[in-house]
Structure formats: C-alpha cells, structure tokens
Design a protein around this ligand. Structure first.
Ligand SMILES: [Zn+2]
Ligand SMILES: [Zn+2]
Length: 310
C-alpha cells in the first residue's frame, strides 16, 4: 500500500523525520510583519503590509489545518501549540477542529460529512461573500460546537486547555482594543477581514459543484475536490491552502511538497482563482444538493474516534 493510500481515508498522518525550516520561515514572516505593522506610521507602507498580513493570516489558517494532520511541524506538542494559537486567531478550538476535519476526510461530500450542516444552511445569494468577515465567528461556533464532543476522552484535557487559551487570546484582544486600538485594528482586525474575503472563495472552491452522495458512497478523492491555482507565488504565502484536491489525495504531503506534486500529476487540472470567481458569480454559492438538485441530508457524526492515534 502506498503512503498516500495509507492515509487517504483518515487524513491523519504520522510525520516522518524532516526539516521544519519552511514552516519556521512562515511563522517568522508572520511575526516580522506583525512587528512592522505595529511600528509603521507611513500609510503608503502600512497598506501593503496590512494586505500581506491578511494573506499571512490565511496562511495561519492553513497552518492550523496542517497541524491537525500533524504535517506542519515534526514535534507533536509544538504542532498542537501552533495549531491552538492559529485556531484561536479565528475563534476556533484547535482540537474540536482537528476531529471535525478528520471526520470530513474519509467522507467528503456525503451525508456523513460534518461540513454538511454548514453548507446546508448557506444562503443562496452571492451577497454572502460580502458577509465573509461575519462568517468567521459563525463557522468557529459551528466547528467548535460540532467537533467538541468528537474529541477522544484522552485528548479532552488538551481541548479544554485550548479553550482557556482562546479566552486568554480574546481578553488580550479586548485589552488591546482599549489601550492600543489602532495597532489591534491594523495588525489583526482589518487583515482578518481581508483574509476572510479572500479565503471565502477558496473554501467555496474546495468541493464546489460536487453532488452530495449517500453516506455509504465512496468516490475517488481526486474526483470530488478542486485545486485552485493562485498567481504571483501567492500559494507559498498561503502554504498552498488552495490545492485541496491534491491534499485530499495525499494528506501526508508536506505543504512545500504539494506544488511539485501537482506538476507531476497528469490528472491534476487546477483552476485559476479569477476563473473560479467568474464561475462562482455565475453559478452561485456552494449548496448541499444531491445530483438531482434536491436538498441532501446533512448528518453529523457525534461519537468520539477514540480508537485512532492522535
Ligand atoms: Zn485536511
Ligand atoms: Zn475537503
């Protein structure tokens, strides 16, 4: 059995020994850019720094996702700590997200996919793109509420610790808004809104246009997910977050290996970001529909996956 086949049904991988420097470089970039924004007073420099911060925050969301799979950083405890911090940036509990997401991997676009209730409740209007920043806390609430009970008993202390960290982070933002509102706004809140608008399309694209199948249905992972090609090397800033099809096929890949893998995959057919935006504006938001166009069931697994190594 190949490495990819071994992991394609669980999405949870055991990292091999490898260099962590690309991930460390990304985290350093986030730190440096945050410091630069904090001390910058020239609006001509501040604007591009805030735009970059928005992209880096999108990359932080991908870092959280990679930490859930254990492929961002080799050390498990460091990986969980980074995942916890990155999840808190968008109001999520990392461990709830991890088990929510691992439940998605083997059953994407089926009635057993825990993402179902999110898309089943989606508004049909394209105007929801404008509301993307408001969707951040809504998605955080849904993910955390659904994934909370999916965390195995042995990991619940870490889940609860991540909740404490979430509270500490939220209080820090509140204190920051009181004493240094400009810094919090330009380094976090405004870039977070920019990130939400940009990332909204990427999350819509992940399984866009795929009909929802019965829970027992299994289709090739490569046939039910999309890769989005980003311009100007943006993929490296976003840790190749947009290559969701390749990720589903080989969740064990390190993020910096994904771009090379897609070049050697004859079945890959990435869609340009702008081309997908045009398609989305024509066809509308992703909904939870069967191949007949009727509303599909959206069930959520609630049992903790206690037998899986985490
Ligand atoms: Zn994943
Ligand atoms: Zn997916």
């Amino acid at each position: 059995m190949t490495r990819s086949a071994t992991h394609s049904t669980t999405g949870r991988v055991q990292p091999r020994s490898y260099s962590d420097w690309p991930s460390a470089l990304f985290l350093s970039s986030v730190l440096i850019n945050t410091i630069l924004i904090s001390i910058c007073t020239n609006p001509w420099f501040l604007a591009p720094l805030m735009l970059l911060q928005g992209l880096l925050l999108t990359g932080c969301q991908e870092a959280k996702h990679l930490c859930a799979h254990g492929t961002f950083i080799g050390n498990r405890n460091v990986s969980d700590a980074i995942g916890t911090a990155c999840a808190a940036l968008v109001g999520q509990n990392f461990f709830a997200f991890r088990y929510f997401h691992l439940a998605h991997h083997p059953v994407p676009c089926t009635e057993a996919d825990p993402e179902g209730p999110l898309y089943a409740r989606s508004w049909r209007t394209r105007w929801i793109w404008l509301l993307a920043p408001l969707e951040v806390p809504w998605v955080a609430w849904h993910l955390t509420r659904t994934g909370w009970s999916m965390v195995p008993r042995a990991k619940r202390a870490r889940r609860n610790a991540a909740f404490v960290w979430w509270v500490v982070f939220a209080l820090s933002i509140a204190v920051g808004l009181r004493h240094a509102p400009r810094t919090v706004a330009v380094a976090y809140l405004i870039p977070l809104a920019l990130s939400a608008w940009f990332d909204f399309i990427l999350t819509q694209a992940e399984h866009y246009g795929v009909a929802i199948a019965p829970a027992s249905c299994r289709r090739p992972q490569g046939s039910i997910a999309n890769d989005i090609a980003l311009p100007f090397g943006l993929g490296w800033v976003l840790l190749h977050r947009s290559l969701h099809r390749t990720h589903h096929c080989e969740p064990a890949l390190r993020w910096f290996e994904v771009a090379r893998r897609i070049e050697t995959d004859p079945t890959a057919a990435p869609i340009g970001y702008i081309a997908f935006v045009r398609r989305w504006l024509t066809d509308g938001p992703r909904l939870w529909l069967t191949d007949r166009g009727s509303r599909a069931n959206a069930n959520v697994p609630i049992r903790a996956q206690s037998g899986r190594r985490t």
